[in-house]
Design a protein around this ligand. Structure first.
Ligand code: ZN
Length: 228
C-alpha cells in the first residue's frame, strides 16, 4: 500500500536512505518533512525497515547526539539508531524549505554492504545525493511535488493561529479567498479555521503568522467566495 498525500501530513514517518558513500541515514518526517517517492511507494517496506533498524539490527558503535538529550521518542530512537551505525535527521521548515537537520551520528558508520540481503535490496533504491559525513542537512524532492499540487487546485502550508499560537497545516487553494487593502498595501490570502481553538483567522500568502480578521476594517477586505 502507498502513502497518500494526506498520510504524509497526518503521520510521523521514519524513513531510511543511503548517501553517496553507501552510508545509512534515517529521517523523521513529523508530518512536515518532504518524503521521497521511493518511500511512499510501499508502506510495508517502510515498516519493515523501521522494524529491522530499530529492533533487529545489532548495536555496533557509540552514537553521538547533537541535540539536547531528553526523555522522548525522538531522542530515544536516534540514540538507538546512531549506536547501530546510522546517521539521524529530523524535519525542519525554514523559509518554506522542508529540510532535515542532522541530530545524531555514529562514531563508526555502517554501509549498505553490512545489511542482510532482504534489507539491502530495498535500500538499493533509496539513494539520495548527499554526503552524510559532512552535510548537516538533507533536502529531498517531495513525492507529491508542487506541480501535482498545482494541478489539484490546492497546496498545503503551515500557519500559526494569532489567538492560541497553535501551529498547524492547512490546505489553501490556488485562488485567493480574500484581498485586503491595508495601508496602501495589498495582502492576498484565505479564510481558515484554527484546528485547535476553532477561531476564524486569515491566512496571508507568504506569511507564517495568521491574522485576526477583526484587525482590519470591513471596507478594506474583498472576499471572492465563501470557503467551505
Ligand atoms: Zn487557535
Amino acid at each position: 500500500m502507498k502513502f497518500s498525500e494526506t498520510d504524509l501530513i497526518c503521520e510521523d514517518i521514519m524513513w531510511f536512505g543511503i548517501d553517496k558513500n553507501g552510508y545509512i541515514f534515517e529521517c523523521t518526517s513529523a508530518g512536515v518533512g518532504n518524503v521521497p517517492s521511493f518511500v511512499c511507494e510501499s508502506r510495508e517496506e517502510t515498516d519493515m525497515l523501521e522494524e529491522y533498524f530499530l529492533n533487529t539490527a545489532a548495536k555496533t558503535t557509540v552514537g553521538k547526539i547533537l541535540i539536547k538529550d531528553e526523555e522522548n521518542d525522538l531522542c530515544n530512537d536516534c540514540k538507538t539508531l546512531s549506536s547501530k551505525g546510522i546517521f539521524c535527521y529530523d524535519a525542519v521548515i525554514e523559509d518554506n524549505h522542508h529540510d532535515y537537520i542532522k541530530i545524531a551520528e555514529p562514531e563508526e558508520p555502517i554501509t549498505i554492504n553490512d545489511l542482510p540481503d532482504k534489507i539491502k535490496s530495498i535500500m538499493e533504491s533509496h539513494k539520495v545525493d548527499v554526503d552524510v559525513t559532512t552535510e548537516i542537512d538533507i533536502n529531498v524532492q517531495h513525492a507529491y511535488s508542487d506541480e501535482e499540487e498545482q494541478d489539484s487546485g490546492y497546496r498545503f502550508r503551515q500557519v500559526i493561529c494569532p489567538f492560541c499560537k497553535h501551529q498547524y497545516m492547512t490546505r489553501v487553494y490556488n485562488e485567493y479567498d480574500l484581498i485586503i487593502k491595508h495601508n496602501g498595501e495589498l495582502l492576498y490570502g484565505w479564510k481558515d479555521r484554527c484546528t485547535k481553538c476553532d477561531s476564524w483567522i486569515y491566512v496571508i500568502d507568504n506569511q507564517l503568522e495568521g491574522v485576526d480578521p477583526s484587525s482590519f476594517p470591513e471596507d478594506e477586505i474583498t472576499e471572492h467566495f465563501i470557503l467551505r
